[in-house]
Design a protein around this ligand. Structure first.
Ligand SMILES: [Zn+2]
Length: 263
């Protein structure tokens, strides 16, 4: 940002660096497209980062010489490499069938399990209400299903001690997520400046070689991120709608309490 650039958005949204964050998505590369600049930024500022991939993208390689199993293995390998580039502490594969994900109670419980285990301050989710995305894309049904299961896992399920009580027996007691960052293509209320990490985002996406083909990752990603940053006093940005479930005051009390571990 230059001295003369107006910075209303930066003032309205001062940099926020959570202690921990979990991103939950449908496919390998969804994180890299949607929120990897933010995750890499938070990791650089000390956050523990967990990546949860509901499918391993097993129908995402449309070649006859590739079985679904081979595709899943290759895509998990690519996703692990990208996770390393981002500085993630872990990557979890739930291995639901690609292209057939539904927001069932079973999936909600699997996600509650991950949330209660990792205990993130922030969860990054997709937006389950997005069907029409611009004039040339329909939001993938897996994206919508995973986003809905994620939102329902975050609130209220993960934070309710008597819901999925059996997880408590494994030590996975209730956990309240402080904030939800909902990824967004164009509209939102929070612009995260990724000037520092846009090159990390590009490098992470390039790990998904099976998906990128001859697509110019650097040129396109930088163009999109620059379009999003325009008029917000940043060079590159990712956009979110942010839902704050725990106020600063409540979070400070909650963090210091033994609420999670007493049961
Ligand atoms: Zn996807």
């Amino acid at each position: 940002m230059t001295d003369t650039a107006p910075a209303p958005a930066a003032e309205a949204n001062p940099p926020y660096y959570p202690e921990s964050a979990m991103a939950i998505v449908a496919h390998p590369d969804d994180i890299e497209f949607g929120c990897s600049g933010t995750l890499a930024l938070w990791a650089r500022h000390g956050a523990r980062i967990s990546l949860v991939l509901v499918t391993s993208g097993d129908v995402g390689i449309a070649r006859e010489d590739f079985t679904r199993q081979q595709a899943a293995a290759l895509r998990e390998q690519e996703a692990r490499a990208a996770a390393d580039v981002l500085g993630a502490a872990e990557i979890i594969f739930l291995r639901e069938p690609d292209g057939m994900v539904q927001a069932t109670l079973g999936l909600r419980k699997k996600l509650v399990r991950e949330i209660r285990r990792f205990r993130p301050e922030v969860v990054i989710s997709g937006d389950p209400t997005v069907v029409w995305a611009g004039g040339n894309y329909i939001n993938h049904p897996d994206h919508r299903a995973v986003a809905l299961a994620t939102v329902d896992a975050i609130f209220p399920a993960a934070g309710q001690p008597h819901l999925f009580e059996e997880l408590g027996a494994e030590g996975l007691t209730a956990h309240k997520v402080r904030k939800v960052y909902v990824t967004n293509w164009r509209e939102g209320d929070t612009w995260v400046a990724i000037d520092e990490t846009v090159d990390v985002k590009v490098a992470a996406l390039k790990c998904h070689a099976s998906q990128m083909g001859s697509w110019d990752v650097e040129k396109n990603i930088k163009q999109w991120a620059a379009d999003r940053a325009k008029d917000h006093g940043m060079q590159y940005a990712e956009i979110y709608r942010v839902v704050t479930l725990e106020s600063d005051e409540d979070w400070a009390k909650y963090k210091g309490s033994n609420l999670n571990r007493d049961r």
